[in-house]
Ligand binder design. Structure first.
Ligand SMILES: [Zn+2]
Length: 280
């Protein structure tokens, strides 16, 4: 008579099982979530600040989500259906046609704008993507300077002879010009690093890591773990770190909780605009 013995799974099988579960969670949950987060911020960062500001104003007036208006231009631009973002007057016209669209609904876009169901579906999906992270385009954020300064979009430009890409915006200012936090958050990193020189890293309440580099001096009152608000003094403009031979400037970077750096240029332009409005 043959004996059938039941054996417990060996430790090897248990380890393989655990790895399989981790891989499945990564593939079906973590990665799509990370991709969705990066995509939402990338799409938001591609909207020129004046388009956001005009869309917000027009959407307010005609009672609809501004993200729907912005999406209607962004998607058409990507498809080559329009050549550029529209001027204020056309933004207002589109807002008037969409008036009273409380939610984001494909059929309503088809009916009010006369677009095909496919295009309307893409616009509705994009509007929802923009809406999921559009808190970043609100006046609770501030500009890192109290004065208007010169800066351009240099995202992705070569650094160290092409060894790495520029992952931020450089704002040029006279040495010693005060730098302020753009967001509420906690000081996470402080002091010297090779590239950044004297740098401050703030973990925003929104989860984003805000990086301020090349300072001449850090505000001596700052400590790791200290809470700051939008407008708190972080330090003073300089050329420390790898900016030692370049004109004084602030390197400003934004890293998402998933590790991706995003282009802050249009966000800075928007926050700068909010600063002007509050002064007027
Ligand atoms: Zn830089």
């Amino acid at each position: 008579m043959a004996l059938v013995t039941r054996r417990k799974p060996g430790p090897g099988k248990i380890v393989i099982g655990i790895i399989a579960v981790i891989v499945i969670i990564m593939l079906y949950y973590v990665l799509p979530k990370h991709q969705a987060e990066t995509e939402a911020f990338e799409k938001l960062s591609q909207l020129p600040a004046p388009v956001v500001q005009s869309s917000q104003k027009a959407a307010d007036r005609f009672q609809l989500p501004w993200e729907l208006l912005a999406a209607s231009f962004q998607v058409r631009l990507e498809h080559g259906l329009i050549d550029s973002y529209p001027e204020d007057a056309d933004i207002i016209k589109t807002a008037a046609r969409l008036a009273g669209s409380k939610g984001i609904d494909r059929s309503e876009i088809v009916r009010k704008l006369g677009f095909s169901r496919q295009l309307a579906g893409e616009i509705a999906a994009r509007a929802k993507i923009l809406q999921s992270r559009s808190f970043i385009l609100s006046p609770v954020y501030g500009f890192p300077y109290k004065i208007l300064l010169h800066y351009t979009d240099t995202w992705g430009a070569d650094r160290e002879g092409g060894k790495r890409k520029h992952e931020g915006t450089d704002i040029f200012a006279v040495e010693g010009t005060p730098i302020y936090s753009v967001s509420e958050g906690k000081v996470e990193k402080l002091g010297w690093n090779r590239l950044g020189g004297e740098r401050v890293g703030v973990r925003g309440k929104d989860g984003i890591y805000y990086y301020y580099a090349h300072m001449s001096r850090i505000n001596p009152a700052l400590k790791v773990g200290l809470t700051v608000t939008a407008g708190s003094l972080l330090g003073y403009t300089g050329h420390s770190g790898d900016a030692i031979s370049t004109p004084d400037h602030l390197h400003f970077g934004m890293q998402l909780p998933n590790g991706a750096w995003i282009n802050p240029y249009n966000f800075l332009r928007y926050w700068e605009g909010s600063m002007d409005r509050s002064r007027a």
